[in-house]
Design a protein around this ligand. Structure first.
Ligand SMILES: [Zn+2]
Length: 393
């Protein structure tokens, strides 16, 4: 009894030291929950007003993933797009005082579990990310039919829709999100490519979920891509700025272009915003330079040729910001053996352009311009004969 009183007194003095108010307000609050369904995983993201201590474990029969957050509370769970291929439903309760338990009822036994915390950045609060990975990935970025008979000799183009999922990219004044716009144009471009005999598109992203930058590069490599086009839309504070621009990878040690370097920093931040567990993607040997200088130079030269062609085509469907391609160290362009370009189709921050970008007609024209530039590139490279390339344009 005595010891008990002592402990209480001790605790009270501690409370005085820390300040009672601080203690009272210490429960973390789950402010929002989002769910993203990717072909190989489902990601659940909890927005928190502060860092939280948590535990994640599996329970069986029925299959569940349980997330216990200490000193946490939630008001309500936002409506999520359920059921998803992995998650049937989401519930929550308070099994012990001060413990918030979130239960994900899952439909599959064979899943992997990966969780990590993300620090606040770019307007996003503390986040707890729970990834449920699955092996079967029938949905994985593969073109459906429309592939011609001679699949083995098809020219393959990796079409990369920038951003996705947790990472919306730039957002226009009228609410158009870069990630939605890039996906629409990417799908249109892929459809054009797939309608051409001898050409095939591989989309690095097919829906609204996040794909780490290095994984996009890996997907292009795995598909044996002959070309990679990463599609984006730019944004700046000044509303009047407009025009398309095209970028290629700068060689190490090249004189930095201030504008391009700033843009690359912005685009390369996608991983932190979209949520990449650091150990998972930071040092990926696949991304290290694996080619000799000669091959690198060849590929950089081809990228330049493609970029110039792309600007020429972009000029026909709208204004361009810079007359020549710019260079910087974009992570998504690091597949040195694949000619790769990143195109900023226009400024989503320009309300007039944003309105245009929302229309299907303009998206069609942009996709057609990218398609034409790719065809011209293969023609110039001698990978396509003029007869077949002229047959549909
Ligand atoms: Zn972007």
């Amino acid at each position: 009894m005595k010891a008990y009183v002592k402990r209480i007194l001790g605790l009270l003095s501690l409370l005085c030291l820390i300040g009672i108010q601080g203690m009272m307000a210490s429960a973390a609050e789950v402010q929002d929950v989002r769910l993203w369904t990717a072909p190989d995983h489902t990601r659940v993201v909890f927005d928190l007003d502060r860092r939280v201590d948590y535990e994640v474990f599996r329970l069986h029969k029925p299959e569940r993933v349980v997330i216990d957050m200490k000193h946490a509370k939630i008001n309500k769970i936002a409506s999520l797009a359920l059921p998803d291929p992995v998650i049937k439903s989401v519930r929550y309760g308070e099994p012990k005082k001060g413990v918030l338990r979130i239960v994900l009822d899952i439909q599959k036994e064979n899943i992997g579990l990966r969780t990590f915390l993300l620090k606040p950045m770019q307007g996003k609060p503390h986040r707890l990310v729970v990834d449920l990975t699955r092996k079967e990935s029938k949905l994985v970025a593969q073109p459906k039919k429309m592939v011609t008979k001679n699949t083995r000799h098809d020219i393959v183009i990796a079409v990369d829709a920038g951003h996705g999922g947790e990472d919306p990219g730039a957002i226009g004044r009228h609410g158009l999100k870069e990630k939605d716009f890039t996906l629409r144009v990417a799908k249109k471009l892929a459809a054009l490519i797939n309608s051409k005999p001898g050409m095939r598109a591989v989309l690095t992203r097919k829906g609204d979920y996040f794909v780490p930058l290095r994984k996009r590069v890996r997907l292009a490599r795995k598909a044996g891509a002959n070309l990679m086009i990463s599609i984006h839309a730019d944004a700046v504070k000044t509303r009047s700025v407009q025009g398309a621009s095209v970028y290629t990878l700068a060689e190490r040690g090249a004189t930095p272009d201030r504008v391009a370097v700033a843009l690359a920093a912005k685009e390369n931040a996608a991983d932190e915003i979209g949520g990449v567990m650091l150990s998972q993607e930071v040092d990926d040997p696949m991304v290290r330079n694996i080619l000799g200088d000669m091959a690198k130079r060849d590929s950089l030269n081809s990228s330049q040729l493609l970029a110039e062609n792309m600007l020429l085509q972009m000029k026909k469907v709208g204004s361009i910001k810079y007359k020549t391609p710019k260079r910087a160290r974009f992570v998504v362009l690091t597949a040195l053996e694949i000619p790769s370009v990143l195109v900023e189709l226009n400024f989503i921050s320009n309300p007039k352009q944003e309105r245009k970008m929302k229309t299907r007609k303009h998206q069609d024209r942009l996709a057609a311009a990218l398609y034409q530039a790719s065809k011209n590139f293969f023609l110039r490279m001698g990978m396509m004969d003029s007869k077949s390339s002229a047959s549909s344009s």
